[in-house]
Design a protein around this ligand. Structure first.
Ligand code: CP
Ligand code: NVA
Length: 298
C-alpha cells in the first residue's frame, strides 16, 4: 500500500515495478486502464524538486487522477502542525500522498496516521523512486543488472547510496561504494543491511575497476548546504576521464541530478553521458507511474 523505502521492499516487488515501468513507458498515451480515475493525490514537499515534482504531477494526471502540490509554506505543517495531524486530515480528503522531506520517520508516520497510499519522494534516509528509475535505465542500457558490477562513488552515506545498497542486496548485484572514510555508511547500517553484495572502499579507482555502471550524486545533499569541510573531503572522488579509464567496456554513467559540474562530475563527462543521464531522468515518470498503479491496486 506504500512505497516508503527500498529497505522495506523485496526482490519480487522491485522486479514487478520495473516490469510495469517498461510497460508504462511503451504504452504512454495509450494506457488501457486509468487506475487513478476519480482520485486526488497530494504532493507535500519540504525540499526543492524539479524531476520528482514534475514527474509525479504528470504521472498522476496521465493515470487519470488529479493532483495538488503543497509546499510546507502553503500548509500549516510549515507553522508547526504535527505530521500526524496533517496526515489524519489529508487521509480523510485525498486518495494518496507523495512526500519529500528530511526525516524518514515523518513519511512513516504520515503513512500510518493517514491510512492512504504514501510514497517517499526522498528523505534523508532513502530515495526509492529514483532507484527504480535508475534500475530501469540499467536494464534498458545494459540488458540487466545481473552479473554487473555497479559503483557508487561520492557520498556513501546519503539517501541515494543507501537505496542503492538495499537494491543490491535484494536484486543480487555487486555494488561497491567508494567514499571518504567519514562518508561511508556506519557499522550499524551495514549490520542492518547484512549482505555480501555491497563492499565499501575509500579508493575510487578500486571502485571504478571493471565497473559496468558508475553512479554518483551531489557531495552535499539538501540540508547540508554550506558544509565546506565535508565537501573538501571529496576532491579525489570526482567522476572524470582518468577515473573512468578503469571501467569495463561499454560502461554507463548515472547521475540522479541535479549535477554540480566541476564538483562530483566534470562538464565533459556529464555531456558525454547526457543521453543516459537524461533517459534516467525521464524514467522517473515511467517508474513512478508503475508505483502509483501498483499502490492503488493493493
Ligand atoms: N533526482 C531528483 O530527485 O531530482 P529533483 O530533486 O529535481 O526532484
Ligand atoms: N542526495 C541528494 C539527492 C537529490 C535528488 C539530496 O538529497 O539532495
Amino acid at each position: 500500500m506504500n512505497l516508503l523505502s527500498i529497505e522495506q521492499s523485496s526482490a519480487t516487488e522491485l522486479q514487478a515495478l520495473i516490469d510495469l515501468a517498461v510497460e508504462m513507458k511503451a504504452t504512454r498515451g495509450a494506457h488501457q486502464t486509468l487506475p487513478l480515475t476519480g482520485q486526488t493525490w497530494a504532493i507535500i514537499f519540504t525540499k526543492a524538486s524539479t524531476r520528482t515534482r514534475v514527474s509525479f504531477e504528470v504521472g498522476v494526471r496521465e493515470l487519470g487522477g488529479n493532483v495538488m502540490f503543497l509546499s510546507k509554506n502553503d500548509i500549516q505543517l510549515g507553522r508547526g502542525e504535527p505530521i500526524k495531524d496533517t496526515a489524519r486530515v489529508l487521509g480523510r480528503m485525498v486518495h494518496g500522498a507523495i512526500i519529500r522531506t528530511f526525516d524518514q520517520q515523518d513519511v512513516e508516520d504520515f503513512a500510518s496516521y493517514s491510512g492512504i497510499p504514501t510514497i517517499n519522494a526522498l528523505t534523508d534516509e532513502e530515495h526509492p523512486c529514483q532507484i527504480l528509475a535508475d534500475l530501469l535505465t540499467v536494464r534498458e542500457k545494459l540488458g540487466s543488472w545481473e552479473g554487473k558490477r555497479i559503483a557508487f562513488i561520492g557520498d556513501g552515506d546519503n539517501n541515494m547510496s543507501r537505496s542503492w545498497m538495499w537494491a543490491a542486496k535484494y536484486l543480487g548485484f555487486d555494488l561497491v561504494v567508494a567514499a571518504p572514510e567519514s562518508c561511508l555508511p556506519p557499522k550499524e547500517f551495514m549490520d542492518r543491511l547484512a549482505t555480501d553484495k555491497v563492499t565499501l572502499t575509500t579508493d575510487p579507482v578500486e571502485a571504478a575497476k571493471g565497473a559496468h555502471v558508475i553512479n554518483t550524486d551531489v557531495w552535499l545533499s539538501m540540508g547540508q548546504e554550506g558544509q565546506a569541510e565535508k565537501e573538501a573531503l571529496f576532491s579525489s572522488y570526482q567522476i572524470k576521464r582518468e577515473l573512468l579509464s578503469h571501467c569495463a567496456e561499454d560502461f554507463i554513467v548515472l547521475h540522479c541530478l541535479p549535477a554540480y559540474r566541476g564538483k562530483e562530475i566534470t562538464e565533459e563527462i556529464l555531456e558525454e553521458h547526457a543521453d543516459t543521464i537524461f533517459q534516467q531522468a525521464e524514467n522517473r515518470l515511467h517508474a513512478q507511474k508503475a508505483v502509483l498503479a501498483t499502490l492503488v491496486q493493493k
